[in-house]
Design a protein around this ligand. Structure first.
Ligand code: SF4
Ligand code: SF4
Length: 363
């Protein structure tokens, strides 16, 4: 592909321009990888070339000064090459193993931990929370910091797990985080339909656009106090907040009824078993800032029981499928409620979710 063909009007430049030379040279010809110690791994190419990775946890919301510090370290130790993972870790890519220890020393001196590889918990992928998004049912950074402070030994490797464990957080059901496909997921939930300010609505919002914004058709036109407005059929609302996005007069945030739920058993990987969607464990926990102790305790309980009961290499969802959900609820002590019954007609079970194919004779 020529440089001209790579040019686009929109979007990022072609990724190939940013690949480290060793990756370009061995593209598609990697043989295997090994975990050398917590946070450090090596990829070995068929040619014998070796690429070392040092994984560092970040808080996701980074100051420009922090990014400059990481870039300076990449210049000093990695010929300028580093990458961010989808779960907010930063990975330094080295070709000289002698530079690994000095790099780790400098990273730790800046206050960032090294770990999150192999059968450990990597950084929690999360969303914007109260810092940024109007739809959020809870904070993101605050909950994630509180949970990760408790799970930290599983990041550094001082406590071990049967398999890798991916934790995700999203502050509403639009799920900008990977909540549907993580071993443990914390999800902010609204539990009441938006409250309409009929005095503000005609001044702030276009009614046809507002009606069209609702994915379940719960909003319909209405005349209130002689003026055009809308009404919401509460039983049809799934608390997604889309209407609030297009119309600030339909407020969904509610300090009393907003809270958090916990889901488990999702995964993206096709290894051994097919990918799985996560399933509900705790339908509602109250917002309790600044440290959300109920949520932290619940997540730690799930991790501890998984660590003590799953077989080697068994992901959370694989373990639960083996022992059965009744046994999972019994072991963890969470209550099974009516909210756990999935009666949605187009539930995820009906979709093909895997790259694994099965050809049947005669079909
Ligand atoms: S998950 Fe929801 S509240 Fe959180 S950033 Fe995304 S849209 Fe906003
Ligand atoms: S919150 Fe979502 S489902 Fe409920 S009325 Fe608004 S757009 Fe419709």
């Amino acid at each position: 592909m020529t440089e001209f063909q790579r040019q686009t009007d929109i979007g990022p430049p072609h990724y190939e321009r940013f690949l480290p030379p060793i990756v370009k040279k061995n593209y598609g010809a990697w043989d295997h990888h090994e975990l050398l110690r917590p946070g450090v791994m090596v990829h070995v190419a068929a040619s014998g070339d070796r690429l070392y990775t040092v994984r560092v946890g970040t808080p996701r919301l980074l100051a420009v000064t922090t990014i400059r510090q990481f870039a300076d370290l990449a210049d000093a130790y990695c010929d300028g090459y580093l990458r961010w993972t989808s779960r907010n870790n930063v990975e330094f890519l080295l070709t000289d193993p002698a530079k690994i220890d000095p790099l780790i020393r400098d990273v730790q001196a800046l206050g960032y931990p090294v770990g999150g590889t192999g059968n450990q918990i990597s950084s929690i992928v999360h969303t914007q929370g109260w810092v940024h998004c109007h739809s959020s049912a809870s904070d993101a950074s605050g909950v994630v910091k509180s949970v990760m402070d408790r799970l930290f030994p599983y990041f550094t490797g001082s406590k071990s797990l049967p398999s890798k464990l991916r934790v995700a957080y999203a502050c509403c059901l639009n799920m900008c985080g990977a909540v549907h496909c993580s071993d443990i997921a914390i999800l902010g939930v609204h539990t009441k339909a938006p409250v309409i300010s009929h005095s503000d609505l005609p001044k702030m919002c276009e009614i046809p656009t507002l009606i069209a914004s609702c994915p379940t058709g719960a909003i319909r036109p209405a005349t209130v106090n002689g003026k055009p407005s809308v009404e919401i059929e509460a039983g049809q609302c799934m608390y997604c907040g889309n209407c609030y996005t297009v119309c600030p007069a339909c407020r969904i945030n509610n300090p009393e009824s907003d809270g958090l739920s916990i889901w488990v058993g999702g995964k993206v990987s096709n290894a051994r078993t097919t990918p799985q969607f996560s399933k509900l464990v705790v339908p509602f926990m109250p917002n309790n800032p600044p440290r959300w102790p109920e949520v932290v305790d619940a997540v730690e309980r799930i991790v501890t029981i998984y660590a003590g009961n799953a077989r080697k290499h068994e992901r959370m969802g694989e373990w639960i499928n083996r022992i059965g959900w009744p046994r999972f609820f019994k072991l963890t002590g969470f209550e099974f409620t009516k909210y756990h019954i999935d009666d949605f007609r187009h539930a995820g079970e009906t979709y093909n979710r895997t790259a694994q194919l099965r050809h049947e004779r005669g079909s």
